[in-house]
Structures are given as C-alpha cells and as structure tokens.
Design a protein around this ligand. Structure first.
Ligand SMILES: Cc1ncc(COP(=O)(O)O)c(C=O)c1O
Length: 383
C-alpha cells in the first residue's frame, strides 16, 4: 500500500515494515491464542473470540461497541453504508491517503470532495472544509494519517454547525489519542485497519468499525450479516464483511501486550524526534505533547528526498512514502481534482519519507537508523 525501499537495490537489513517479523514475536503465545479460538468453546467457538476482540477494541477506543471486519477497506465501506451515505451524497475527505478511503465513498455511489491539509500536521485543514460543503454534503471523513490524530475538535464543531456526520478514517490509528479521548471515539463512527503492517497488526487482513451509538451498531451488525437482524429474516441488502476468528485470536493476543505493539512504537518515535531535533532541515508533522501518536509511520519532510532514499538504501535501511501519488493524480480518481489543485498535499507527496518505526526493531537497529540519517544531514558526525 505504499512506495517502499525495502524490495529493490542492496540488501536491506533494517526493513521499513515489521510485518514479517511481528509474526514471530517471542513475547506472544500464538499457539495458545489460536487453540483457544479454534477448539476452546466447541461449536461456533470462533464467534466467541471475535466478540472478545470487539469488546477489547471498544475498551481501547473508549466506545461502547466495535464490529470486527475482514479489512480496513471493508470497515470503511460498512461504516459508510451504515450511515446511509449513497448516490447524490458528498463526503469531504483529503487527497493524501490510501485509495481505499475514496474507493469506499465511491462504492456507495456518493462523491468524495477533496480538501487540502495543514502543512503543519499533514491532516485535514479545518479552514478548507466550509468552502467544500454543499447541500449534498452528508459527512466529513478526516484521516488520522500515520497514526497522528486529525484536528477533531475543529472538525466536529463544523460538522455540528452544518448537521453533518463525522467518520474517522482511523486505519493507521489504533491506540492513538487526543487528551483523554482515544481515536475511534471522536466521530459518529470510525474505521480501523489491522493489516499486517499496521500498529495493531493481524497476520494478514483485518479491520473494525467503532461507535457508541446503539442504533448505528444495530445497523452495522445487521448489514454485516446480509441484512438479517435475526436468522433468515433479511430486512436490508447487506453483505458479509466479518472478521476471521483466527485473526481475532491474533489481535486479542496483541491487545494483551500493548506495551509491545503500541508503547514501543511511541518510544522509538520519540527517540527519533529527539535525535533529529538538532537538524533544522528535518521537519515532522507537528504533534502536540497532549496527543498520542500511534506511529504507523515516522515521517520526515525533506526537499531532496531522492538523495536520502539512496543513502538509506545504500546503508541497508528500508523506507516508505505515504503517499507518493495524491488521490486526485491517480487515474481512476482524476475526476476529484479541482482548479488550483491541493498545493500542500502536492508538495508533501514529493518531500515526505517514512523511516522504520515498528516494535520489532532492536535498539541497535534504531541506533543505526539515527546514525545513518545523522550522517546524511551532518556528514561530520559520520563515525
Ligand atoms: C489510510 C488507509 N486507509 C485504508 C486502508 C485499507 O485498509 P486495509 O488494507 O485493511 O483494507 C489502508 C491500508 O493500508 C490505509 O493505509
């Protein structure tokens, strides 16, 4: 889902993504987790473990409910369908995201309306929202990009003033928080991804929708079971976007070890920030101390990205770009461009670079990343 420096060129010893390594985390007891899911409760044991995951996730997100899904993309589509977003509606969102965000809107028949982001945070610029609202606008969908919460207070205030729904695109953001309020509880619904490189990672594909609204969760559950509120009574056209119980077992095990998957990412993100603070040239999206970043990606902004990419690759360090092509420049979504474009997103797409920040990095590897980046900016620091 990204452009990475992990697959080409010289051998990479510090991979950008921890996807492969996270499956082998010795701290986590996969066999017991899977035994419980498959054998533990007899018939339909799988559904028990999915329910357990939903309860644990709702606890993490500070919501009353969660509905587990097969992927983040499925979570987005299910959330939009549940809010009855459809043909004739518009959803305000951003162009610096993964294609799934706008695909889900388009698949409902609605139109995504893109707005630029703040240069300081890389997330939706609240000042751009009102000019994008029309009589057709139904919802605002900010993206908590890289795991950094979007400016939700300002966005919620605009939504309330115009009677709009708020959908958190939280696919990078499991575990992220504003002061005292976790991502997942900041809109009417939130959609998460637990794909294998995400902070809260399954072994493959998984996602979820969170909400605290009882009517919304009833519709979510019904639509996720082919429109049935009870067996064989189909009231709506729904589908099966449900999570596989084996992935639910994996995710329950991860949630039991929060220090491993979440706190370690934060610790590494903070180490990088401290180490790079001395280079005026390395800019990061601003993160107030009161915000808790989930660090799906540790992003730096530099004008001459290509040179840093080459330098990292030569030194065996993987990198990513999230994202190199803004949505409105992608072939199927050029209809979403507008006069004047989206200047901040366009500049960022050429200047951002993601460093490895996954919890399986050893201290030695993190020191190597710091050393190699430092040597790029300040060659005199080279040992
Ligand atoms: C911002 C964003 N939204 C949505 C998705 C889709 O999630 P999934 O791959 O779980 O379907 C991704 C996946 O990388 C993503 O990065």
């Amino acid at each position: 889902m990204d452009m990475t420096g992990t697959s080409a060129g010289p051998k990479i010893s510090v991979p950008w993504s921890g996807a492969g390594r996270q499956c082998h985390s010795p701290e986590l007891d996969w066999s017991e987790a899977i035994r419980r899911a498959v054998i533990g409760g007899g018939c339909f044991a799988g559904r028990k473990v999915v329910k357990e995951f939903e309860e644990r996730l709702a606890g993490l997100c500070g919501t009353r409910y969660a509905e587990a899904t097969a992927s983040g993309s499925a979570a987005l589509l299910l959330a939009l369908q549940t809010l009855e977003v459809g043909a004739g509606d518009e959803v305000v969102t951003v162009p610096n995201t993964f294609a799934a965000s706008v695909e889900a809107v388009k698949l409902t028949g609605a139109r995504p309306v893109l707005v630029d982001v703040q240069a300081a945070t890389h997330t939706m610029d609240p000042e751009q929202i009102e000019p994008a609202i029309s009589s057709r606008t139904k919802a605002i969908m900010p993206v908590h990009l890289y795991g950094r919460p979007a400016e939700m207070d300002a966005i919620r205030a605009i939504a309330d003033e115009h009677g709009l729904l708020v959908i958190e695109e939280a696919c990078h953001a499991a575990g992220a928080r504003l002061p005292n309020r976790p991502c997942g509880s900041l809109g009417d619904v939130a959609a998460f991804s637990f794909g294998q490189s995400k902070p809260l990672a399954s072994f493959g594909e998984a996602g979820a929708v969170t909400t605290s609204d009882e009517e919304i969760v009833e519709r979510l559950r019904m639509l996720n079971r082919h429109g049935q509120a009870q067996a064989h009574v189909h009231q709506r056209t729904g589908f099966n976007f449900r999570m596989d119980p084996l992935e639910a077992a994996v995710l329950c095990e991860r949630l039991r070890h929060r220090a491993y998957w979440l706190d370690r990412r934060r610790e590494l993100g903070e180490r990088y920030t401290q180490a790079f603070a001395s280079f005026g040239i390395v800019r990061n999206p601003l993160v107030p101390v009161s915000h808790q970043h989930a660090f799906y990606a540790y992003v730096v902004e530099i004008p001459d990205r290509l040179d840093l990419q080459r330098h990292l690759t030569d030194e065996g360090i993987g990198w990513g770009v999230h994202y190199p092509t803004p949505i409105h420049r992608m072939k199927p979504h050029r209809d979403l461009d507008r006069r004047g474009g989206f200047p901040v997103v366009e500049r960022l797409s050429e200047q951002i670079l993601s460093l490895p920040v996954h919890p399986t990095l050893t201290d030695e590897e993190v020191n190597k990343v710091i050393e190699v980046v430092t040597a790029f900016f300040a060659p005199e620091c080279r040992h």
